[in-house]
Design a protein around this ligand. Structure first.
Ligand code: XLS
Ligand code: NI
Ligand code: NI
Length: 436
């Protein structure tokens, strides 16, 4: 059964191609810096936007035309979506996908029923994974949509909400393991606050840490070896999300002895909401050894919320790939398109155009970044910029072997600092432009 009869497998045709259903840059087997594009990029498609996005916004109902979806919450409908999803993944040559428990299977009227629904759909997902070779990049539990989580889940003031969330994560870990998921993600959902007058922040953070420790312990118990990831986001839905950015997440993980068990899943639109560039977040996570995976999308700076658009900007993808290559790549993470088509792009084929554009933008960013690295000019400039630190005393300071008194003695003798040199920002911006 073909749900996308107008599309056959999307193939690489090269930059000259004008076929809107072909890749112009993503050539899965092409080798860049010793690995294939497929191995570098590890593209993943999200179930929530691509299979479940309706196009609804606060001002109006859904607009998406999805002929296979009967609009019900039935198991049959869920099982049919699995077929659609895997046809889509295969036609796009996407090696991975990602889901929330509630995207793939309907919530039942009891927790036991929800568990059973998830088991049933997971069985179908497994069969399709085996048939197609598509793998699960990560699973996650939806701990934010149901009204029971209105005060949060792991940070709720209501102990029962915490317990329910724990039960959901336990089950979702089991299913992720069963499906061979290579990561498991916690995005903060409603873990944050709207108002400090009614919030015991310390207690909530302590609870969040307990929750993560229990997940780590349970993963060990069942032999789940995937990488745990936290996805930073500063706001939306709450005004302050606890996992606000890479630095805040790492501080939290360090403070609660969770650092050895977690890396970060960095999302572009969340970085911009936090007032950072994506490259900043990637580099920050990377130099702490915590760059796990990325949610590839982009926001609209004129809008200011999490618009989750598909990335098409070569400067953005080049910056991402410069940081990712610098820190040794993403595996077992990947480039996960946490992105949705616009409400006005309501036809199924728009899903193809969207993903093709995102995959091509990253493939091109990879090639540009690799070319910049191969020429080495940028790296050499940075190295030279810090070369005064390569002096004997500079090295001693870096190694923690010098004191304020040593530096005073040095400066008393020298009298004045060496002349500063230009940062050459504009020259370097021009240098990047040479490759784009
Ligand atoms: C929401 C998040 C979410 C996570 C998965 O803003 O990006 O989609 O990636 O829970
Ligand atoms: Ni995300
Ligand atoms: Ni997001």
């Amino acid at each position: 059964m073909a749900y996308f009869p107008e599309v056959s497998k999307v193939e690489y045709e090269g930059p000259e191609s004008k076929n809107p259903l072909a890749f112009r840059w993503y050539n899965p087997d092409e080798v860049v810096e010793g690995k294939t594009m497929k191995e570098h990029l590890r593209f993943s498609i999200v179930y929530w936007h691509t299979m479940r996005g309706t196009g609804a916004d606060p001002f109006g109902a859904g607009t998406m035309v999805r002929p296979w979806d009967d609009g019900t919450d039935s198991l049959d409908n869920a099982l049919r979506r699995v077929e659609v999803a895997f046809e889509f993944f295969e036609k796009l040559q996407a090696p991975f996908y990602a889901f929330h428990d509630r995207d793939v299977a309907p919530e039942g009227s009891t927790l036991a029923e929800s568990h059973a629904n998830l088991d049933r759909v997971a069985q179908a997902l497994k069969e399709h994974q085996e048939k197609t070779g598509v793998q699960l990049l990560w699973g996650t539990a939806n701990l934010f949509s149901n009204p029971r989580y209105l005060h949060g889940a792991a940070t709720s003031c209501n102990f029962d909400a915490f317990a329910y969330a724990a039960a959901q994560v336990k089950k979702c870990l089991e299913v992720t393991k069963e499906l061979g998921g290579v990561n498991y993600v916690f995005w903060g959902g409603r873990e944050g606050y709207q108002c400090l007058y009614n919030t015991d922040m310390k207690r909530e953070l302590d609870h969040l840490a307990r929750f993560f420790h229990m997940a780590v312990d349970y993963a060990k118990q069942i032999g789940f070896t995937g990488q745990f990831l936290i996805e930073p986001k500063p706001k939306e839905p709450t005004k302050h999300q606890y996992d606000s950015d890479a630095a805040a997440c790492l501080n939290f993980l360090r403070a609660y002895d969770l650092l050895p068990h977690f890396k970060l899943n960095i999302e572009t639109n969340h970085a911009t909401l936090a007032g950072h560039e994506m490259m900043h977040e990637l580099d920050y996570a990377g130099h702490q050894g915590a760059l796990g995976s990325i949610d590839a999308n982009t926001g609209d700076l004129l809008l200011g919320w999490d618009t989750d658009q598909f990335p098409t900007n070569f400067y953005l993808t080049t910056q991402c790939m410069l940081a990712i290559l610098k820190h040794g790549g993403l595996a077992p993470g990947g480039v996960n398109f946490d992105a949705k088509v616009r409400r006005e792009s309501f036809e199924p084929i728009d899903l193809f155009y969207a993903h093709i554009g995102g995959m091509d933008a990253f493939a091109r960013g990879l090639k540009i970044a690799a070319a910049i690295r191969a020429d080495g000019e940028l790296e050499a400039f940075v190295k030279e910029r810090y070369s005064s630190w390569d002096s004997e005393l500079g090295r001693q300071v870096e190694a923690g072997q010098a004191t304020l008194a040593d530096l005073e003695a040095y400066m008393l003798e020298k009298g004045e600092i060496a002349p500063n040199r230009s940062g050459r920002q504009e020259m370097l911006e021009n240098l990047i432009n040479r490759y784009i």
